[in-house]
Design a protein. Sequence first.
Length: 181
Amino acid sequence: MASGVNSAKLRKDLSHLGSYGTRGVGYEVAYLVYQISRELGLTQDWAVAIVGVGNLGRALANYGGFANRGFRAACLVDADPAQVGQYVGGLIVHHLDNLERLIAEHRIAIGVITTPASAAQRVADRLVAAGVRSVLNFAPTVLVVPPDVELRKVDLSTELQILAFHEQRRVTCAADAAVSL
């Protein structure tokens, strides 16, 4: 297999989801994809609030790939009066003062923070106080949340460093191979 996992291991792993295959025949792919999606929580409609509607927030609000995975940008929030009232990705930008009301009104499950670092912790605290238990942080800072809150950090500079490391290894290996010829 392309993933490096043999078929026996794959069948064993899939058996943890239930018995969806037929011995000697295999799996109905569409049904199996649905069951995996269900286990991953991707068959629900997850309402997402994006806090911070600068370049990154706008890009996320306009991204069309979330909907087919069950994520719906339900509200956009910013503290900048110049942003408030604008339409981005078909949604109106609301003022940060309305955050708690919007979370309750839209039943927000996931908060996405795309604010400057200086504002990110205050935003995280407000999201958590309003009942949001899953936060995706793009702000370049470390956030502290209670243990019952899932926090994921996306650090683009770290991701670029990882890619640079792999590029450097590729260049070094190519140079070593050229020398050994």
